[in-house]
Design a protein around this ligand. Sequence first.
Ligand code: ADP
Ligand code: MG
Length: 343
Amino acid sequence: MSLFTKDIGIDLGTANTLVYMRGKGIVLREPSVVAVNTRTEKARYVGKDAKQVIGRTPGSIVAVRPLKEGVIADFDLTITMLQEFIHKALKGRIFTKARVTICIPSGVTPVERNAVREAAEKAGARHPVFIVEEPMAAAIGAGLPTTDPTGSMIVDIGGGTSEVAVVSLGGIVTSRSVRCAGDSFDAAIQNYIKKKYNLLIGERSAENIKLTIGSAFPSEQEETMEIKGRNLLNGLPENVTITSTEVRDAMAEPLARVIDAIKTTLEETPPELSADIIDQGITLAGGGALLRGIDKLINRETGMPVYIAEFPLDCVAEGAGKVMENMDKYQDTLVEYLKYYEK
Ligand code: ADP
Ligand code: MG
């Protein structure tokens, strides 16, 4: 039995990393952040602890997100982070290397994919590291009938990328990955406030505004929020009150890009599968699925029924876990499975 507990599935996201352990489910959820001491170049804090210090660090410590737009931006820090998370998830119970199944966005190049595989191996994973495409994992984790001969559409709106895919018979039929998601919403809020109020706010404040009063679709009740920033004209701290309508306007452009990706994918879907999607609707996963009214907006723009997965933030890790636990069933789902296993 102890042998099996070393099998893990990892959702290495731009915003959050989750670890799923065989037989246990998700055992770790942490932000994909590392705080580094610039003098020693050593990682000081990883995950939750590091996110706390973003924007608040003394000069010698900087908080870094080793992944950007779905791909590895800092290779060494990705290894450090993965090492720490794997270690934490296994609670030091590891004597031999863990067998790892890890997810990558569908739009990445083979080079970017190999970087993920290599980083996982350097972080202590056994060779070979199994790779699942994120939208596939998300669809499985959301409980869609991915191996049936019916089309399901999954839209995973994460931090760095939004992945749109139609899956059927264990594979991806059509997909689109746009480097526009939660981070882009935050950046759009930051920009809007800078332009309209000459007020500079940090990344975390922008995210906080989105989480507190952000929405993608008008609701009866308008909300307001007081925000703090630095006035660009006189350099002094200042408070401004903004409304949910303003926040929605600010996010309109990146939201439109996500909608575009959904529409294009629908257009490229073979007619038989389109019919299935009309029946079964579009399922939303990823943190972006929690943005209020996003289901209504997508429904209005596409005419399809839209559902939000029960635990949007967990779908990809759950899916990776299920693939790992049922490798035979999901052979077709694993990228390059045959290369390693049909020998
Ligand atoms: P990734 O897979 O890229 O790591 P996640 O699926 O973990 O991303 O989602 C993270 C993104 O979801 C972040 O941009 C975060 O701000 C956003 N998010 C999380 N909760 C909410 C919410 N309630 N409303 C809007 N956005 C949210
Ligand atoms: Mg994700």
